[in-house]
Design a protein around this ligand. Structure first.
Ligand code: FES
Length: 88
């Protein structure tokens, strides 16, 4: 998917685009790298094993890119995050 996106990236040159994606974390991580490199905005729907599903067990953390000492919770703060806000 990321390879296909890169192959067609020139079609969007000069246009403001935003990418919405879901899928396995390694793919989202690769997509995140490409989007950040090309300064393209995006939203990703993350997947995570959850226990409680409402923010009590702290079992679904994802690193907060804007605050290195803080984690976001996929169940409570997400599961959709801006590509610039999380470290996959
Ligand atoms: S599943 Fe329990 S805090 Fe997210």
């Amino acid at each position: 998917m990321v390879k296909l996106f890169l192959e067609n990236l020139d079609k969007f040159e000069g246009k403001k685009i935003k990418v919405f994606a879901c899928g396995p974390t390694p793919m989202l991580k690769a997509l995140q790298a490409v989007l950040l490199e090309h300064n393209i905005d995006g939203e990703i729907s993350t997947e995570c094993a959850m226990a409680c599903g409402f923010g009590i067990c702290q079992g679904c953390p994802i690193e907060d890119k804007n605050n290195s000492s803080k984690y976001l919770l996929v169940c409570k703060d997400g599961p959709v995050f801006n590509i610039k806000d999380v470290i996959l």
